[in-house]
Ligand binder design. Structure first.
Ligand SMILES: Cc1ncc(COP(=O)(O)O)c(C=O)c1O
Length: 427
């Protein structure tokens, strides 16, 4: 066969080009290329508290009966296992401090997804044409920023403080957009409502109510939706118990809610769920049908089995105890090694997996910054550069996301000490 003299390049779609942010892949690669480096970057969960025995027990129980094993090992349905959706109704009602009857919540209101990430991505597909607008906190979850870019959405940051997104600033942003004739393009407000990745901040209760009201007020030519990402809801260590944004959306028209078992149980199982307003159920199901026509059935049945035993709750308590000790180790190390560094501040999270640290504005922290290079090459410690977590219109370059999920408390202390040495070189 004659080989052609010129092989033309592949003509990739716009969506592929828009998806080329790649920060998460770069970060993973850094970990692999620098094995001796202590990672305060990895967002993985604590390997020591993964539910090995519980999963072993419940899987063998699930598969012990042949007929049931055959069901579990078969394809499921697009919205997901009825066993798990049924079990999630009382599970969620309990989180809401309520009952399924009071909430009037049915299994059909839920969709099961491959982690909550899949729901985030399906919502992007369902709502955004290129140029449509999403309003986000600053900072926010950087993988979602990538998902927005990949559908050609325009992302606008709304002023955010230690109590989360500021409702006044949100109202002003929407008023400005209306004046510019752009309100019709604003489709979504995205909020990580509990212990945000990366800042650790939770949206204050009063603000939750106000933001839901604002989404209704500004639903003019089309409905302005809120995507409530409650990925860290169960990982609360102390402080206030927050009601969901969803609970303030009493007519169930504006809030799409998503939660995951990746953090509280196992990311390897990768089961998440969404609660959808009525008119999103079919579009999301249609998109998911094209995508995978149902997430891994066995994993869903395992989660249903685990929730049914009551051991789940004990497991979550163990996970929280472990993370509380790690968070405390990180905060104690911050106090020990950073408190004499002028212009260096950090948040005290009441849950989640992250401490957000800010440096003087003169010290950029990005992948290409001298600090990142010095931290990784010389002091053998890595963090997530904060700039990844800001939408393009409002990038701040002097922050770091520090995770306490993976390392032991001792190693967290060592990592923080090394990081403080790296920073001292630039003060
Ligand atoms: C804020 C937030 N949302 C969603 C996810 C997605 O998690 P999963 O797809 O494993 O549920 C993560 C993962 O780190 C996250 O931090």
């Amino acid at each position: 066969m004659n080989s052609p003299t010129h092989i033309p390049g592949v003509q990739f779609s716009n969506r592929t080009r828009w998806a080329s942010r790649g920060a998460i892949s770069f970060l993973m690669q850094q970990g692999v290329e620098n094995p001796g480096v202590l990672s305060l970057a990895a967002g993985l969960v604590d390997p020591d508290t993964l539910p090995v025995e519980l999963a072993q027990e419940q899987l063998s129980e699930l598969l012990a009966d042949d007929a049931r094993a055959r069901q579990c090992l078969q394809y499921g349905t697009t919205p997901g296992s009825e066993h798990l959706r049924g079990a999630l109704v009382p599970f969620f009602a309990e989180l809401e401090n309520s009952t399924p009857e009071e909430l009037d919540l049915q299994a059909e209101d839920l969709v099961l997804t491959t982690g909550s990430q899949q729901l985030l991505s399906l919502v992007c597909d369902a709502l955004f044409d290129p140029g449509d607008i999403c309003l986000v906190a600053a900072p926010t979850y950087f993988v979602f920023l990538g998902a927005l870019e990949a559908v050609g959405a325009r992302t606008i940051s709304v002023n955010t403080d230690e109590q989360g997104m500021c409702p006044d600033a949100l109202n002003q942003t929407l008023a400005d957009l209306e004046e510019e004739g752009e309100l019709g393009r604003v489709k979504l407000i995205y909020l990580v409502s509990y212990y945000e990745n990366p800042s650790g901040v939770s949206l204050a209760t009063e603000r939750r109510k106000q933001i839901v009201e604002l989404s209704k007020k500004w639903s003019k030519s089309q409905r302005l939706m809120i995507l409530e990402d409650a990925a860290y809801r169960e990982l609360q260590y102390d402080g206030e118990v927050y009601p969901s944004l969803w609970s303030f959306d009493t007519d169930r028209q504006n809030v799409i809610y998503t939660q995951t078992f990746s953090k509280s149980f196992s990311p390897g199982v990768r089961v998440g769920f969404g609660i959808l307003p009525d008119d999103l159920k079919k579009p999301i199901s249609d998109l998911k049908g094209n995508d995978d026509f149902g997430s891994a059935h066995l994993n869903q049945r395992l989660m249903a089995q685990v929730l049914g035993t009551g051991h789940y709750r004990d497991h979550v308590e163990r996970v929280k105890a472990s993370y509380t000790a790690k968070r405390d180790a990180m905060l104690a190390a911050a106090e020990n090694y950073f408190s004499d560094l002028e212009g260096v501040t950090w948040q005290h999270p009441h849950g989640g997996l992250y401490v957000w640290m800010s440096l003087p504005e003169s010290i950029p922290t990005g992948f290409d910054s001298p600090l990142f290079e010095t931290a990784v090459q010389k002091h053998k410690v890595m963090y997530v550069p904060g700039e990844l977590c800001f939408a393009g219109d409002a990038v701040e370059r002097n922050h770091m996301r520090l995770s306490y999920g993976v390392l032991t408390p001792e190693r967290i202390g060592e990592g923080m000490k090394s990081l403080s040495h790296a920073i001292r070189e630039f003060l």
